[in-house]
Design a protein around this ligand. Structure first.
Ligand code: SF4
Length: 340
């Protein structure tokens, strides 16, 4: 049982998270080559749709302990037309909004671009995997780099007009074999756009692999999941599993998914509104947490049992520790790496 005012029970099985991942759109207009949802046959499971504004408001009102919402989604957030109204509502209620999961930023209304600044969104991460259209569209199929950069500049214009440093803009670049020659150029471009740069590792190692690992290793200390493991002794996706505690994922249709990587099954069919507080500690969520602590075996009805990340825990006999979980509750993303 949890004591009043605590966010984590002594046995690390129950939480009262101050952050939730609320997917506001699974719609997307691009066909990214290794889309993390589609590539793992998750499209049918996630489905296509947007979270209604009424559900967004109800979630905030029914969960006063939730002070941060990550709305970066399985799709593209700017395709939810209610985004400006959502940002305004969260701002009026004192709830911090971040878009750290990323956006392709190809199609955003002028109103939405200004709302990001006006309502103080803390972070906007933008996927830009190429410094030229030719390279960019090889991965972001259907994307238009010119429109993305125009939207970044529009946000910068609003920041200037409103005298705001928010949102903190992060350029996310996934280095592949076809874009590694533009790493130097993208660093220069990020500086010109007032963006920090974040190099995200391609977790599908066997697809579009780097040809030369030297530069990326020099920049961030590793270049793929294997070298990350050699350097840190940890599984690269470990921080995602910590979302079960610090920032549980709710799908656009209200299903409780636990983490942003899950396309295998649900922990609850409806975790919107006031249902969230109960479902986040239901028997299946607690069992999944025990699995990650290594105290119980996998169970067929728990999504993690079919997940390739959990297979690595078993392979390396490496489990989450109570200390790591406690730290994660206070520190949002222990493995984030940006170059300012
Ligand atoms: S094992 Fe997979 S599904 Fe379970 S929390 Fe970790 S990444 Fe998510």
């Amino acid at each position: 049982m949890m004591r009043t005012g605590e966010r984590l029970s002594d046995d690390c099985l129950e939480v009262k998270p101050s952050e939730v991942r609320l997917d506001i759109s699974s719609l997307c207009q691009l066909r990214c080559v290794l889309c993390p949802v589609a590539h793992r046959d998750g499209q049918a499971f996630i489905g296509r749709g947007v979270l209604p504004l009424s559900s967004f408001r109800e979630f905030i009102d029914a969960n006063p302990g939730v002070r941060t919402l990550e709305i970066g989604s399985s799709g593209e957030i700017f395709l939810n037309r209610d985004l400006p109204a959502m940002l305004r509502y969260a701002h009026d209620k004192g709830v911090k909004i971040q878009i750290d999961q990323g956006s392709n930023l190809n199609d955003a209304s002028p109103e939405a671009l200004e709302a990001l600044v006006k309502y103080g969104v803390s972070i906007l991460k933008v996927s830009i995997d190429g410094a030229t259209q030719e390279t960019y569209e090889k991965y972001r199929v259907g994307g238009d780099l010119r429109k993305v950069l125009g939207n970044v500049r529009a946000i910068n214009g609003h920041k200037k007009r409103h005298g705001s440093v928010l949102p903190r803009l992060i350029l996310q670049f996934i280095p592949f074999g076809h874009n590694e020659h533009e790493i130097g150029r993208i660093i220069v471009m990020s500086k010109a756009l007032g963006m920090e740069i974040y190099f995200k590792i391609n977790v599908f190692d066997e697809h579009l692999p780097l040809r030369d690992h030297t530069l990326l290793t020099k920049l961030i200390g590793y270049s793929d999941t294997s070298s990350f493991f050699r350097k840190t002794g940890m599984i690269y996706m470990r921080h995602v599993c910590l979302q079960l505690w610090r920032s549980p994922q709710v799908s656009w249709d209200g299903r409780l998914l636990g983490c942003s990587h899950n396309v295998h099954g649900v922990f609850a069919q409806d975790a919107l509104g006031g249902r969230f507080a109960q479902e986040v500690n239901n028997e299946r969520m607690r069992y999944a947490r025990m699995m990650h602590l290594g105290t119980v075996p996998g169970r067929e009805d728990i999504p993690c049992t079919s997940c390739e990340v959990f297979a690595d825990y078993r392979k390396y006999d490496q489990w989450l520790t109570p200390d790591e979980i406690r730290q994660a509750m206070d520190r949002p993303d222990p493995y984030a790496h940006t170059i300012g």
